[in-house]
Write a protein that binds this ligand. Structure first.
Ligand code: NAP
Length: 323
């Protein structure tokens, strides 16, 4: 079978498409035939060698995929059967490949209305958005949520989840296409985070200082944390989802509003939180409330180009690789 292999950490060209031995599911394992693979920013951080939990070299990257159960290992306890459509939430062998092995808790039923490319955009984006909104920020219906960076995988997922839960939504993007996209995906107000004056507009929309934003989902905290602190309502919460460096803030801004800055890593979600978020995501995918946005499909052989593209501005949903 074909798989992307990384033999040393480094720039995108360390991603090599190689012929590797066919996988066989052992006891407690499922073999998945992969139809589409989701590319996430974290795949690039791991590839670059700067990630806190590095894999052993060589390895096949990727956490997200969608496909079909090809075979089930002896004695495996699973509700799935051969031929079932699934989305993958991490795996044993990596998802940038034609097949992967996974444990039963890593394979989840994919509703018929969701295509394989869409299914490849489920786990990391929706789990991150759900955990940030509901498990970390405890967002409630009627609250204002600002998705600060709404045009990418996590942002579009967050908008859909927020609208389904009755939150009032503001989204930002950095391009005209991104702004169109987030309007379609549930942002009631859309603003360009590269244009001056957009923070004033958010204060107007949310009635600051009497009101303000209740929950900020922050995709680029090193750029935005100080700015977002100045948008918050009383008891406002900022969830740090993404950050690419240090930032200076004015702590006094948190005192005047009893506000909270909350860290969030999907890596830290325990089994109970994962079970909770998968149940909610599955219901939303089935009902039509949640539909992943695929911005670009590319052949698996172009994984290096996908890693270049995902780090560039102008996001419009997910980048998906096709084996
Ligand atoms: P993505 O698809 O590449 O999207 C990146 C988003 O960031 C786009 O909406 C982009 O908007 C936006 N952005 C760029 N410049 C910005 C700025 N100055 N202010 C606000 N937003 C800005 O990535 P993703 O999958 O959605 O992930 C988003 C971030 O979350 C990444 O940093 C990722 O590493 C992180 N993440 C963290 C976790 C965790 O467990 N903590 C899990 C998943 C992802 P434009 O391109 O339109 O400008």
């Amino acid at each position: 079978m074909l798989a992307i292999r990384i033999h040393q950490f480094g720039p995108p060209d360390v991603l090599k498409l190689e012929e590797v031995p066919t996988l066989q599911p052992g006891p407690g394992q499922l073999l998945i035939r992969i139809h589409a693979i989701g590319v996430n920013p974290v795949d690039t951080y791991i590839r670059g060698g700067g990630y806190a939990h590095p894999p052993r070299l060589p390895y096949t990257p990727g956490m997200d995929a969608a496909g079909i159960v090809e075979a089930i290992g002896p004695g495996t306890r699973t509700g799935l059967k051969v031929g079932d459509r699934v989305y993958i939430a991490r795996s044993i062998t990596g998802t940038y490949a034609e097949f992967c092995l996974c444990e039963p808790h890593q394979a989840h039923p994919l509703p018929a209305r969701i295509s394989f490319p869409q299914g490849a955009g489920v786990f990391v984006p929706y789990a991150t958005a759900y955990r940030s909104l509901f498990q970390r920020a405890r967002a409630k219906s009627g609250e204002w949520v600002l998705v600060h960076g709404a045009s990418g995988g996590v942002g579009t997922a967050a908008l859909q989840l927020a609208r389904a839960a009755g939150l009032r939504t503001i989204g930002t993007a950095g391009s005209p296409e991104g702004l169109d996209l987030i309007r379609r995906e549930g942002a009631q107000h859309t603003l360009n985070h590269r244009e001056p004056g957009y923070l004033d507009r958010i204060r107007e929309i949310t009635g600051y200082p009497a009101g303000g934003v209740d929950v900020v989902l922050e995709m680029l905290a090193n750029e935005n944390l100080e700015k977002s602190l100045g948008l918050l309502a009383m008891n406002g919460r900022i969830v740090i989802i993404g950050s690419h460096g240090p930032v200076e803030i004015t702590p006094r801004q948190t005192m005047s509003r009893d506000s909270s800055i909350i860290g969030m890593s999907l890596h830290n979600a325990g089994p109970a939180e994962l079970a909770d978020l998968h149940a909610a995501i599955h219901t939303g995918l089935e009902s039509g409330a949640l539909t992943p946005v695929v911005g670009r499909e590319m052949p698996l052989a172009e994984a290096a180009r996908a890693h270049d593209l995902i780090m560039q501005p102008g996001a419009r949903g997910k980048i998906v690789l096709l084996p």
